[in-house]
Design a protein around this ligand. Structure first.
Ligand SMILES: [Zn+2]
Length: 284
């Protein structure tokens, strides 16, 4: 007897930024993050590695209830809260890091340690600190990156070197592409030096890309390009240069479970996406 939906029709990609008690629009509280991860683990969801996800896109089947968990930017709270919670439930995730803002120094205490945790700074203030050149109190350090790799909680990929929207900070389109090219080269070099290799997985800063950006990233060896576009499905044979992701809200497991259902169902998923896009076009 064949079991329907034994293999995944599509793989939902979850997008987080912060897991922190410092409240903000794009922050999940440690309590809700634990509810979500515990719920996923207990209900038989499996978090894929980027390699398994890449293999799925090129046609290799994965089990139903496969997901990919991603984090953007590399904030310190990913180390302090997300890492120990992932470890506790034996789940894995992927972090897209901005290579130019990661510093040196010893690893800081994490949730569950008997030491005082570093102060958590809300998103807007953290962003302003990074822009002012004071990134260390809010971003992960290389020592922490190495510890997370060793623990198997996170793998690390490029999110450029400075997270700059060059299309808004350049003379003309060619200048914009040239500057973006420097970003890609630098982030590759730093990743190679720090972790010994650089992958084909890349995430756009602030979700911005155009066709010429896609070509540029591909020319630099990035094949799997992660967007912030939610309303589409990552299916076998799908375009690796256009990976859909949805933002996870500061809600419990039940919300996440529903959202994953809507993202992955072979019939309801596309209907839901079409309805969301229609609603958006009405608003516009
Ligand atoms: Zn980002």
């Amino acid at each position: 007897m064949t079991i329907p939906f034994k293999h995944a029709h599509s793989v939902p990609v979850l997008m987080y930024h912060h897991v922190s008690p410092a409240k903000d629009m794009i922050t999940t509280s440690p309590e809700n993050f634990e509810r979500q991860i515990r719920g996923l683990a207990k209900n038989g969801y499996r978090a894929l590695s980027t390699q398994e996800f890449a293999d799925f896109l090129s046609g290799k089947p994965v089990a139903a209830k496969s997901i990919l968990i991603t984090f953007d930017d590399g904030y310190l709270d990913n180390w302090v809260y997300a890492h120990p919670i992932l470890k506790k439930y034996n789940m894995r995730a992927t972090m897209f890091i901005v290579t130019g803002v990661i510093g040196d120094g010893p690893a800081r205490p994490v949730w569950g340690d008997k030491q005082a945790l570093p102060e958590m700074i809300p998103h807007k203030r953290a962003k302003a600190m990074v822009e002012a050149g004071n990134a260390d109190p809010v971003m992960v350090r290389w020592s922490e990156v190495h510890a997370m790799r060793q623990a198997g909680t996170f793998e690390f990929h490029s999110h450029t070197d400075t997270h700059t929207r060059w299309d808004r900070n350049c003379e003309n389109r060619q200048d914009c592409l040239d500057r973006m090219s420097v970003e890609l080269l630098r982030s590759r070099e730093v990743l190679k030096n720090q972790i010994g290799s650089v992958s084909e997985h890349f995430c756009w800063p602030q979700g911005y890309f155009e066709d010429d950006y896609v070509k540029l990233a591909q020319d630099h060896g990035f094949r799997y390009l992660y967007t912030t576009i939610a309303h589409g499905q990552n299916v076998a044979g799908g375009d690796p240069a256009h990976i859909y992701r949805f933002a996870v809200r500061n809600r419990g497991f039940y919300w996440l479970c529903q959202r994953i259902f809507l993202a992955s169902h072979p019939v309801i998923g596309p209907l839901y996406n079409r309805w969301k896009l229609w609603k958006r076009s009405k608003r516009a």
